[in-house]
Design a protein around this ligand. Structure first.
Ligand code: BGC
Length: 305
């Protein structure tokens, strides 16, 4: 069951399109300068997420965002961070085994006739393209070469990246943290809690602070958006948990800005005003396309490296 009515687009490969919209009429934002991506510097845990490209990202690239309930993909205009075509979404197969999920990703990519490199998120730690954790996915993923399995299904080079890292990078390049200096912490509140740290354009991957201890348990089980729903918490009660969680994060990290993403960020007015933090905290602006956009960016950087 797909939710996109958009017909397949003509085949395009990353880098083609010449930075469509740069300085032209196609831009939706006020700033027409393509975002700059700094190299990752000393931190090199994974070639998949190492920002090896100095300078602007532009052109069209392809991103896929893998979640517990849906798998969505779209070509992305890297000059603007906008989707270049309506996304295509398919339900995550159950059980969400590597082969089943990879098969659906193959269909999502094929929908667009895309035959270039693909960036693909995964909701767990990804090192050298391999999944190391899978808190909310089928355990068969742990140890699976995500880039390899998905690459075989897609028939192209795949860059695999943690979902929060992709979303965080996208918010820094195009969204709520664009143009902000210093250390930015992006926290996605969904089925799990994803965290990403970006320091002056450099992504520090696989942060995994969704699993810090809060009240003697894994924070994700108390403060995720899923915990709010499953435990029937009203906004005030959930906000009290978030207060403790974000206070702990700001005490550990001292970021300049916290960006809250995930689907629930659309209702940020219900809980952000209830938080008392020393750090400015704002809602993400890319909504549910952040993962797709960030994955597309990283696929191009990886292909260029
Ligand atoms: C995982 C993270 C992931 C987050 C959001 C957590 O359970 O450990 O890697 O980013 O969920 O999907």
């Amino acid at each position: 069951m797909a939710d996109a009515a958009q017909p397949s687009k003509p085949r395009r490969r990353a880098g083609e399109g010449g930075g469509a919209g740069v300085g032209g009429d196609g831009l939706t934002g006020e700033d027409s300068t393509p975002p700059m991506v700094a190299p990752l510097g000393g931190v090199r845990p994974s070639p998949a997420v190492a920002n090896r490209q100095d300078g602007a990202v532009q052109g069209i690239a392809f991103g896929v965002d893998v979640g517990g309930s849906g798998i969505k993909g779209a070509p992305v205009d890297l000059a603007t961070g906008e989707l270049a075509a309506a996304r295509f979404k398919a339900p995550t197969p159950q059980p969400a085994t590597p082969d089943a999920v990879a098969g659906v990703i193959g269909k999502v990519v094929a929908h667009f006739g895309w035959d270039g490199p693909v960036g693909c998120t995964f909701p767990g730690v990804v090192m050298q393209g391999v999944a190391r954790t899978a808190a909310n996915m089928d355990p068969a993923w742990v140890g699976t070469d995500v880039a390899g399995v998905v690459g075989a299904a897609v028939g192209a080079k795949v860059t695999a990246v943690n979902d929060a890292d992709a979303a965080g990078l996208a918010e820094v390049l195009y969204g709520a943290a664009r143009g902000r200096d210093g250390l930015v912490l992006v926290v996605t509140l969904g089925t799990g809690i994803g965290t990403a740290l970006v320091y002056e354009g450099r992504l520090i991957p696989n942060l995994e602070l969704g699993h810090i201890e809060l009240g003697g348990v894994d924070a994700e089980t108390r403060a995720s958006a899923a915990a709010r729903e499953h435990q029937g918490l009203d906004w005030e009660r959930w906000a009290r948990r978030l207060q403790r969680y974000f206070r702990a994060l700001e005490d550990y990290l001292w970021p300049e800005l916290i960006v809250v993403g995930g689907g629930v960020s659309r209702r940020a007015d219900r809980f952000i005003p209830l938080l008392q933090l020393r750090t400015p905290i704002v809602a993400a602006t890319l909504e549910n396309r952040a993962g797709t956009v960030g994955a597309a960016v990283l696929s191009q950087i990886s292909a260029g490296g």
